[in-house]
Design a binder for this molecule. Structure first.
Ligand code: ASP
Length: 313
């Protein structure tokens, strides 16, 4: 039995520039990342399971309006919140995913419930919300999800007729930020798990689904190789099948976690024009947090190392 544990989390990648961030805002983000990471770290140090750690961390980030998931999710063109999430357990290769859900307080918990209490892997829209009601998953009113700053982003995106990734400054549509949240963990029993949750893109077409709920694209976990959670321009991450590709490079080509992540983020995705990043952990507790954008909200900690928090490159 391994005894080392490790956890890494992200709160989105993009054009996150020190010059555009106030000290107060930076402290808010760093504090939120640290609090969430410590929730997961404690579960792991208390000999809890990786799947419980990643769910708990993502729930906490979903409850934090700073991030584009749960409360704080961006708006669709029609002014609604449609959220996507997925979770995967590396021991059994069990997975659960939901897309286009509304009024569900913690989409990641709904994804886990699909994994554990349904015969399916992926539920969408009204069917997923009906399942949430049936299973007694907490719902919230539209008001709960309304965050003024997100609504203002939608108005700007509509005026400029652009679909933008979280925190994008519309003046410069190339200035992209992605605010999805995710977590990956290794527990003391050698189990890996990954979870990802998002509101998607501001002004997105109703019904658009990104990479976050797609097993193998935005999320993947396999005890033999790694656990991965992605953030970035979902259309590219789907086409590059990012999370599973990293696992395959380790399993079939013998690459290390670092080599596999570096190849996919800095070569494969970069050559396609896919902006974003990811967090990953392997069975030895190695952590990777890398991105090809200006920054990524991130934090990581192994049981035998110090906490690392990062925002910029
Ligand atoms: N990957 C997410 C999506 O395309 C966005 C993000 O990471 O912020 O929906």
């Amino acid at each position: 039995m391994t005894t080392k544990t490790a956890i890494a989390i992200h709160g989105g990648a993009g054009t996150i520039l020190r010059s555009q961030m106030s000290e107060a805002k930076e402290a808010q983000y760093a504090g939120a990342l640290k609090d969430a990471l410590l929730v997961g770290d404690k579960i792991l140090l208390d000999k809890g399971l990786a799947i419980d750690a990643v769910e708990a961390v993502v729930r906490q980030l979903e409850d934090t309006p700073l991030f584009n998931a749960g409360k704080g999710s961006v708006f669709t063109h029609e002014g609604r919140n449609e959220m996507d999430a997925s979770i995967m357990e590396g021991k059994s290769l069990m997975a659960g995913a939901i897309s286009g859900v509304y009024n569900v307080k913690n989409p990641i918990t709904l994804a886990r419930t699909v994994m554990e209490n349904s015969e399916h892997v992926f539920l969408s829209g009204g069917g997923a919300v009906d399942f949430a009601k049936k299973m007694g998953i907490p719902l919230e009113s539209d008001d709960y999800f309304f965050v003024q700053y997100r609504y203002d982003q939608l108005q700007k995106a509509r005026e400029n007729d652009v679909i933008i990734l979280d925190h994008t400054s519309v003046k410069n549509a190339d200035n992209k930020k992605f605010g999805t949240v995710g977590a990956v963990a290794l527990d003391a029993y050698g189990n890996l798990a990954a979870a990802t949750s998002t509101g998607g893109m501001t002004n997105k077409q109703h019904g658009r689904i990104g990479d976050s709920p797609i097993i193998g694209a935005g999320t993947y976990a396999n005890n033999k190789t790694c656990a991965v959670s992605c953030t970035g321009h979902g259309e590219y991450f789907m086409r590059a099948v990012v999370a599973y590709d990293i696992s395959c490079l380790i399993e079939y080509k013998g690459l290390t976690l670092k080599e596999a992540c570096t190849f996919v983020v800095h070569k494969k995705l970069a050559e396609m024009g896919g902006e974003g990043g990811l967090i990953a952990v392997d069975p030895n507790g190695n952590i990777e947090m890398l991105f090809n954008t200006e920054g990524m909200y991130r934090a990581g900690k192994a049981s035998d190392s110090e906490l690392i928090i990062g925002i910029y490159k």
